[in-house]
Design a protein around this ligand. Sequence first.
Ligand SMILES: Cc1cc2nc3c(=O)[nH]c(=O)nc-3n(C[C@H](O)[C@H](O)[C@H](O)COP(=O)(O)OP(=O)(O)OC[C@H]3O[C@@H](n4cnc5c(N)ncnc54)[C@H](O)[C@@H]3O)c2cc1C
Length: 439
Amino acid sequence: MPVSANLLGVKPYPVNLAWVGWASGRRKGRGLVSETNWAGNQTFTAERILRPRTVEQVQEVVAAATAIKALGSRHCFNDIADSPGGVQIDLAGLDPVAELDSEAATITVPAAARYGDIAGQVHAAGFALANLASLPHCTVAGTVATATHGSGRRNQSLASAVSGLDLVTADGELKTFSHHDGVVVGLGALGVVTRLTLDLVPAFELRQDVFDGLPWEAAYEHFEEIQAAGYSVSMFTNWARDTIDQVWVKGQGQPGADFFGAKAADGPRHPAHAAGIRADNCTPQLGVPGPWHERIPHFQLDFTPSVGEELQTEYFVPIGHAVAAMEALRGIGHRLAPVLLTSEIRTVAADDLWLSPFHGGDRMALHFTWRPEQDAVRALLPVMEEALAPFEVRPHWGKLFHQAADYPRLADFRALAVDLDPDGKFRSPFVRRHVFGER
Ligand SMILES: Cc1cc2nc3c(=O)[nH]c(=O)nc-3n(C[C@H](O)[C@H](O)[C@H](O)COP(=O)(O)OP(=O)(O)OC[C@H]3O[C@@H](n4cnc5c(N)ncnc54)[C@H](O)[C@@H]3O)c2cc1C
């Protein structure tokens, strides 16, 4: 029996434009505020942001637009959500009701719902999402569009939980897709998703234990064991110090005081602890058990996640290259460390989604939280991509990177995009560069 809950009142981010009916507009150079992404490193160049209140209005807006892109909670670090000279469409004003179906073990959510908005309802019904990202602040649609992931040797990306979605395509038609591997990681290039159905698992509890100072030799020798030591495991490093700064083990059992040579932390840790950042915004650690949604994310919903003033990059390599990839990054660690706040090493299980970086095999995720020094970061990207080139590297779609990867189903995705959007109204410069290979 479906159960509904109203998520109204919880916005993905502060809405700072006045509502004008169901649409609000802005134009640069006319005294109105410029819109940026969460990090502030990307100023959007769309002419207008429209905020429809109904799916019918979404259909009207899409049908009328010549260039359009959906906007989630703006947590991407590049121009993936921009629509230069066109329209950005923000769905936060749509009906916020999420419907949980206990028999089917699914929840159908509005596209702009944040994971943090739906987690309580899911947990109260005795269910869980199999995995979450480091933060609960992002919209479900924006998260799955970029194949956002958490960690865990057997955990797939968050996009893998999508069993169906409703998509408004270029002509304004509302189409429903079920178990379609091409549409989920859509990069906003196929249309505007209005709602998604996510598979659920039974609710579970986890504890977080943090360990300081893992010897690199132990990480090399026992990489698989370390990553399998919990439901979700993360290692944090700046690639230049003699040991890995921290290991976070999110699991059900007590991992012991000595973890492959690392020692149990004597207090809560922020991922960037070594850079002097306090753990105030982090979820409870020190082995205290709690529900899945209060332990899997590193950061709490009511706080600014991560460091706040930062940029991010992430690369994925097949798990078989894990040790060689870590050695390669340590080889350039002296160049990375001055710009880094911290770097996180995780694992993500394989899926079949066409543009998922995890398509076709389990991967190690190599994430970088940078100081907000865009020029320095951009200069490092080709250096890092060259170091990781021997390892079939793929970048995170939503973070800063230099060169996109090839994917076995890329040609199929292009054909699907052209079929659903023949005039290319969703084909933004990001999509043209990184999906269609245009300069
Ligand atoms: C502090 C921080 C921590 C992070 N941690 C992680 C992490 O642990 N793991 C990880 O993998 N990533 C992580 N990220 C990256 C983040 O999860 C992704 O960038 C995600 O895509 C952001 O979702 P969003 O709702 O902000 O989408 P946006 O950035 O607003 O948009 C992203 C894409 O989704 C599309 N989109 C949005 N809504 C729709 C819709 N309704 N229909 C169609 N397309 C749509 C947009 O067009 C765009 O292409 C982190 C980012 C930050 C800032």
